[in-house]
Design a protein around this ligand. Structure first.
Ligand SMILES: O=C(O)CCC(=O)C(=O)O
Length: 676
C-alpha cells in the first residue's frame, strides 16, 4: 500500500507534533517535522439535521481509522492506492464550488498540483497534468472498476465550503466511512477564476454508490430517498466535438461544451454570456445511474475480527492493526499487548495475548538476518572500535567522535559497547534463553503491563501511537511519550530484576573497559560527557515489539538522565543505527542524517551507550526484524534534577533496588560458573 498527499478536498495532511517529543510514532517513520496542532473542538452546529443512520466505521482519530480498515490507510494525504489503483479517498476540508456529496453521487476535484501562495492558501498556478499521481491512480481505478471506499472528515470551521457541510448533516465523529463507490467519469474543466483573475484546467471525478438499494446513512432525517435514483431513470447525452472529434457528455445546465482540454474549443459554450464561475451540473448528469459491472464481491467496509490460528504467535503484523468494534463500529487500535478494547468503552473486549515464541524460531530469524546483511557492522571511518576480552561474551566498543568545534574537550564524546553472549552463555540454565521465556510469560499474563501510548498530540484527531508497546518500572521516566510507571523495583516481576542485574553488570563493565582502553591507547575522551565511573540504574523501560515495529530516530538526552543507558535485547534480531544530528556539523566526514554506525542486535545482546553528549550530537533508531522482540533499557534518573520534592522522593523510593535482589546481582559468566 502507498499513500499520496494533496488529495481532493484534503487540507488536513499537515501532521501534528509535540515540541519536546523525542520518540515518534514510528509506523509512519517519515522523519518529517511536525507542528503542534491544537485539538479541534467538535462543537455541534445546531443548524444541521441528524443523519438517518450511522457510519459503518468511524473514529475521532485519523490514525485509528487508517489502522482499522483496509481500503484507506493514508495517515497523510487524501487518496490511498495499491499498485497505482485508488482504493480509498478522504473528503476533508475545503471544496471547490462544483463539489457535491449526494445520496449516491460524489463529484470532486482529482486534487494535487496546487501551490501554496504567500498567504498560505492553496492555489493552482498551472493546468493539471495527466502525470499527476492522483489522476493516474483514479483513472486506473475507473478503468478497472475498482471499488473506492469514501471517508468524510469533519472540519469544525464554520465559515466556507467544507466537505462535511456538503453532507448537510451533523457528524458526531471526525472521520466517517460513507460506503463503497466506483468511478463513472473523469473529465477536465476550466476551474473558476482565481483571486488573480487566472483560470486553469483541472480534472474532476464523479463517483457513484455501488449499492443503489439501501438508503445511505448520511441522508438527513426526514429526507429518506432524496437523490436516490434507479438505473435508466435519467440519461446524460454525449456529443461529438466538431473541432476535435472527441465525445464529451453534456454535463452542464448551461449547455454542452467540449471537455477535451487539448481542443481549441475546450470549455467554450455556445453562448458567450456563460460565466464559468457560476455554471452548474445538469440533472441528467447528476441523476444518471450506471450499473457497476464487476465480477468480484466488494469486501466488507469493516474487516472481520482477527483470529489467532494454531500456526500464529499473535505478534505477527496482522495482530497489531486496529479492529472495528462490532457493537458500536468505532475504529479501535491495539493499545494493549493483551488485546483490543472498544475505544468508545462500550465494554467490548477481544483478548489475544501473544503466545510464547520458541527459541528455534528466534535462532532461525537470526540466521536469516545475517544472510540479508552481508556485513555485521557498518562503521564510518571517524569511529574507532576495539574488542575486549570478557568471559562468555564477544565484546566490541565503538567510540563516537566529538564535534569539530569542541575537539579541545576531547576527541571522543561517548562509547557504544555491544556484549554478544556465546551460545553456552545464552543456553545455560538461568541464561538468556530462559530469561526470554520468563519475559514472554510476564507480558502474556500481564505482570508487565505493556501498552502503546500517544506519541504526539494526545486527544486530537491527529493523535498517533508509538509503534512499540512499553512499560516503565522503577523511577518515573518522562520523555516525549508519557508512559505510566506501573511498578517500583520492589514489586517488579523477577525477569525485570534479573535484566536489571545483568544491565548493571554490563554498564559497569563497559564503563571500566572503555575508560581503560582509552587510557592505554591514548584516546582523548571528553570526561564531562563520559566519566570513568558508573552510576547504578534506578529505572527500566521495557519495550515490546511485534513484527514490523521500530523505534524511529531519537535520543535519550533528557536533562535528568545519567551518562549510561543500557539495553538488553531478547528475541528477534534487530538493526540499530546511529546518525549524526544536523547540529553536529561534521561536514563531509560524518555527513549529518547519514547512518554512520549500524549493527545487528541479536537475542541476548547488551548494548551500552555511555556519554551524555552522544545524545546531543547523535540520534539512534532500532528496527525489529522478526515477530517478537523485547528491549529492556535501564537508565539512571538523577533525582536532584526533579524540581518537585514529592516526585523526587517518589523517584528515589521507586528506583531503590530491594536488598534481596542486590545479593543476587549478576557478576558475569565466570562468577555464574563459580556459583554453579
Ligand atoms: O529497542 C531498542 O533496542 C532501543 C531502545 C531505545 O532506543 C530506547 O529505549 O531509547
Amino acid at each position: 500500500m502507498s499513500s499520496i498527499s494533496g488529495g481532493p478536498m484534503d487540507v488536513s495532511s499537515s501532521r501534528a507534533s509535540k515540541g519536546a517529543q523525542k520518540r515518534k510514532a514510528s509506523d509512519q517513520g517519515d522523519g518529517s517535522s511536525r507542528k503542534k496542532q491544537k485539538p479541534q473542538a467538535n462543537s455541534p452546529s445546531p443548524r444541521l439535521p441528524l443523519p438517518t443512520g450511522q457510519p459503518p466505521v468511524y473514529s475521532k482519530i485519523r490514525a485509528a481509522l487508517c489502522d482499522s480498515i483496509d481500503f484507506w490507510k493514508a495517515h497523510q494525504g487524501g487518496i490511498q492506492s495499491t499498485d497505482k489503483v485508488a482504493t480509498g479517498m478522504l473528503l476533508n476540508g475545503k471544496t471547490t464550488p462544483r463539489d457535491i456529496i449526494g445520496a449516491q453521487v460524489i463529484i470532486t476535484t482529482v486534487g494535487s498540483g496546487n501551490q501554496i501562495a504567500t498567504d498560505g492558501k492553496h492555489i493552482r498556478t498551472d493546468n493539471q497534468s495527466t502525470k499527476s499521481k492522483n489522476y493516474v491512480i483514479l483513472t486506473n481505478a475507473m478503468r478497472m472498476n475498482q471499488p473506492v471506499g469514501i471517508v468524510v472528515g469533519k472540519q469544525s470551521v464554520e465559515k466556507g465550503r467544507y466537505a462535511n457541510n456538503l453532507l448537510n448533516v451533523e457528524l458526531a465523529n471526525h472521520f466517517n466511512v460513507l460506503d463503497w463507490f466506483f468511478i463513472t467519469d473523469i473529465w477536465s474543466e476550466r476551474q473558476p477564476t482565481q483571486r488573480d483573475g487566472s483560470s486553469f484546467m483541472h480534472y474532476m471525478v464523479r463517483l457513484q454508490s455501488i449499492n443503489l438499494e439501501t438508503v445511505p446513512w448520511w441522508l438527513p432525517q426526514g429526507h429518506q430517498r432524496e437523490g436516490m435514483h434507479a438505473i435508466g431513470e435519467f440519461h446524460c447525452n454525449t456529443i461529438t466535438c466538431e473541432s476535435c472529434g472527441t465525445s464529451s457528455k453534456e454535463i452542464f445546465k448551461e449547455g454542452w461544451c467540449c471537455l477535451e482540454h487539448t481542443c481549441a474549443k475546450f470549455f467554450e459554450f455556445s453562448s458567450p454570456a456563460v460565466d464559468i464561475n457560476a455554471i452548474q451540473y445538469n440533472e441528467n448528469f447528476l441523476n444518471e445511474r450506471i450499473q457497476w459491472s464487476s465480477e468480484r464481491e466488494v469486501d466488507p467496509l469493516a474487516p472481520a475480527l482477527p483470529v489467532l490460528e494454531a500456526n500464529c504467535y499473535g505478534s505477527e503484523k496482522a495482530f497489531k492493526r486496529g479492529i472495528v468494534c462490532p457493537t458500536c463500529k468505532i475504529a479501535s487500535r491495539r493499545l494493549s499487548w493483551e488485546g483490543w478494547e472498544c475505544e468508545k468503552k462500550c465494554g467490548f473486549k477481544l483478548s489475544m495475548p501473544p503466545r510464547d515464541v520458541p527459541m528455534a524460531i528466534i535462532n532461525q530469524e537470526t540466521q536469516d538476518a545475517f544472510k540479508k546483511k552481508t556485513k555485521f557492522f557498518r562503521i564510518n571511518e571517524g569511529i574507532v572500535h576495539t574488542a575486549h576480552d570478557v568471559p562468555g561474551y564477544e565484546v566490541t566498543s565503538f567510540y563516537l567522535p566529538n564535534v569539530p568545534q569542541n575537539l579541545q574537550e576531547g576527541q571522543f564524546i561517548g562509547s557504544v559497547t555491544v556484549f554478544r553472549p556465546t551460545a553456552p552463555t545464552r543456553e545455560r540454565k538461568g541464561g538468556l534463553d530462559d530469561l526470554f521465556l520468563e519475559v514472554q510469560e510476564a507480558t502474556r499474563v500481564g505482570s508487565v503491563n505493556l501498552r502503546r501510548y500517544p506519541a504526539f498530540c494526545k486527544g486530537s484527531h491527529m493523535e498517533e501511537l508509538t509503534s512499540q508497546f512499553s512499560c516503565n518500572m522503577g523511577a518515573d521516566y518522562k520523555f516525549g511519550v508519557v508512559v505510566e510507571t506501573s511498578n517500583d523495583f520492589n514489586t517488579a516481576p523477577d525477569p525485570v530484576m534479573k535484566a536489571l542485574s545483568r544491565l548493571t553488570w554490563g554498564g559497569a563493565t563497559a564503563v571500566q573497559l572503555t575508560a581503560g582502553n582509552a587510557a592505554e591507547n591514548n584516546l582523548s575522551v571528553d570526561s564531562s560527557s563520559m566519566p570513568n565511573h558508573f552510576i547504578d540504574f534506578n529505572e527500566q523501560l521495557m519495550l515490546g515489539y511485534f513484527e514490523n515495529s521500530q523505534i524511529s530516530y531519537h535520543d535519550d538526552g533528557e536533562k535528568e538522565l545519567g551518562p549510561t543507558v543500557a539495553t538488553l535485547s531478547l528475541g528477534s534480531p534487530s538493526v540499530m543505527n546511529f546518525r549524526a544530528k544536523k547540529k553536529a556539523d561534521f561536514g563531509d566526514k560524518l555527513r549529518a542524517d547519514r547512518v554512520l554506525l549500524s549493527f545487528v542486535v541479536e537475542h541476548g545482546d547488551l548494548v551500552i551507550m555511555h556519554g551524555t553528549k552522544i545524545h546531543k550530537y547523535y540520534d539512534h533508531a532500532v528496527t525489529a526484524g522478526g515477530i517478537r522482540r523485547y528491549a529492556l533499557t535501564c537508565r539512571y534518573i538523577r533525582p536532584e534534577m526533579i524540581p518537585d520534592p514529592v516526585r523526587r522522593q517518589k523517584a528515589i523510593a521507586n528506583g531503590a533496588v530491594p536488598p534481596h535482589w542486590q545479593k543476587q546481582a549478576y557478576k558475569g559468566e565466570s562468577m555464574e560458573e563459580l556459583n554453579g
